[in-house]
Design a protein around this ligand. Structure first.
Ligand SMILES: [Zn+2]
Length: 434
């Protein structure tokens, strides 16, 4: 894979810190003052000791199982996903660290606004006089300025990439304004407001990262074949559930026409193939660059994983360090755990397989369909060294689709056989007695 092939050779699991499991609800745009789109509200769901509930790990196969089932364009599904597995925010400009801090610490918003006012040489006024539009944005820009790695990646990617998706009034930058309003209007409870669009964009680029890399390795590095597998996968899913998961996610970041060539535009099939192939190579290069740097930012989002790793990057970018953001470094986050799982899968040397049911690339069947909330079980998960998979299904759910009915049938047969045997034994016993 061009630049990134051997950066991640020879290492498996990366353990990340547990993350906060918040209660998440979807709020329509018109129910949140000043909102420019639907909003997810994440708020603390305390455990018995009044601390935050934590998720310690995602189960094996999560990024190619449960995560792929999610309809990214259904906001209610996004809220449910985040409430089950962990809240999502942009792994960019410090958004994730601020989100976790807002959920666990009621003083966060005030502290951020004090700092923002302070930077412009002013003092935080009383709540109703806070300039939320200006200082909310300032909080976001301060987060970006405080993250040299993010800026370096932005420079490397140039314009027209996923980073721009977070620099909008309806995503991460606008979310800061919303949280400022929430505080100014009296809300001080432990909660974070995140635009559904921010969550969608972050998960979409992660989805493209998993699918594109999985298909690429499955296709043995042949780019035309990589996209053929992706289109076939979308065709299967469209027939199954009316969605094209790869193309839909990719379309948030680039024009996807190249996946469906309009043949009449070219004089002959030879020209078509040539043009299309070079376009595919170019598109794949862009996808690779964007997804690898995105995954790297996820992996490196505060705090750093517990195990040293080479990262998805190389060269000068590898030397950049995240800045110290102080007290927020206690928790990991779901995107980081997903990036760590992708990293492990790209590393472990086992082959990718394509699911017989959904056409998705996977490495290990997802058996456990819920998050891991025990530290001991998480340790086991991280220490597990996988063998190449023998199954043809990405998850237990898809295995059941094929073998479920057959299993039920064979269970009925076994029962009937057992009864016949029992009856026969009884009869022969009677015969002997008789
Ligand atoms: Zn499947």
């Amino acid at each position: 894979m061009g630049d990134y092939t051997n950066v991640y050779a020879g290492q498996e699991a990366i353990e990340v810190l547990p993350w906060v499991l918040a209660r998440v609800e979807l709020l329509p745009a018109d129910s949140v003052a000043h909102a420019k789109g639907p909003v997810l509200r994440a708020f603390l769901k305390p455990n018995e000791e009044c601390g935050p509930r934590l998720v310690h790990a995602v189960p094996s196969g999560f990024i190619t199982g449960t995560f792929m089932e999610l309809d990214l364009f259904d906001d209610a599904e996004l809220a449910q996903f985040c409430g089950t597995w962990g809240m999502i925010a942009a792994p960019y400009a410090g958004s994730i660290a601020r989100m976790s801090a807002r959920i666990v610490d009621p003083k966060t918003e005030e502290t951020l606004l004090v700092k923002a006012y302070d930077a412009s040489g002013a003092e935080l006024p009383s709540r109703h006089r806070i300039d939320c539009e200006r200082y909310g944005r300032d909080v976001w820009y301060a987060g970006l300025n405080g993250a040299p790695r993010d800026a370096a990646y932005g420079a490397r990617l140039g314009g027209g990439n996923w980073m721009e998706a977070f620099n909008r009034d309806t995503t991460a930058r606008g979310g800061e304004v919303l949280n400022a309003y929430h505080f100014a209007e009296g809300g001080g409870d432990r909660c974070a407001l995140i635009y559904a669009d921010e969550v969608r964009h972050a998960l979409a680029i992660m989805r493209v990262a998993v699918l594109a890399n999985g298909f690429y390795e499955r296709a043995g590095g042949n780019i035309v074949h990589t996209f053929r597998l992706a289109v076939r996968h979308d065709d299967i899913n469209e027939a199954r559930c009316g969605r094209r998961p790869f193309e839909e996610a990719l379309s948030l970041f680039m024009d996807t026409d190249f996946l469906h060539p309009r043949k009449e535009a070219y004089a002959s099939k030879g020209v078509l193939d040539g043009v299309r192939e070079s376009m595919m190579h170019e598109r794949f290069r862009i996808i690779e660059e964007n997804t690898m740097l995105f995954a790297d930012l996820c992996l490196s989002s505060v705090p750093e994983p517990l195990v040293a790793h080479g990262g998805f990057r190389r060269g000068g970018l590898a030397k950049l360090r995240m800045p110290d953001v102080g007290g927020n470094a206690r928790y990991g986050n779901l995107l980081q755990a997903m990036a760590a799982q992708l990293y492990a899968y790209l590393n472990d040397g086992n082959p990718w397989v394509v699911c017989e049911v959904c056409g998705r690339p996977f490495k290990y069947e997802q058996q456990l369909m819920s998050p891991i909330t025990s530290e001991t079980k998480a340790r086991k998960e991280y220490q597990c060294r996988h063998r190449p998979t023998k199954t043809a299904f990405c998850s237990k759910r898809h295995e059941k689709e094929v073998y479920g009915p057959r299993n039920a049938e064979s269970r009925r047969l076994m029962k009937a056989l057992a009864k016949i045997r029992a009856d026969a034994t009884e009869e022969s016993a009677r015969n002997i007695m008789g």
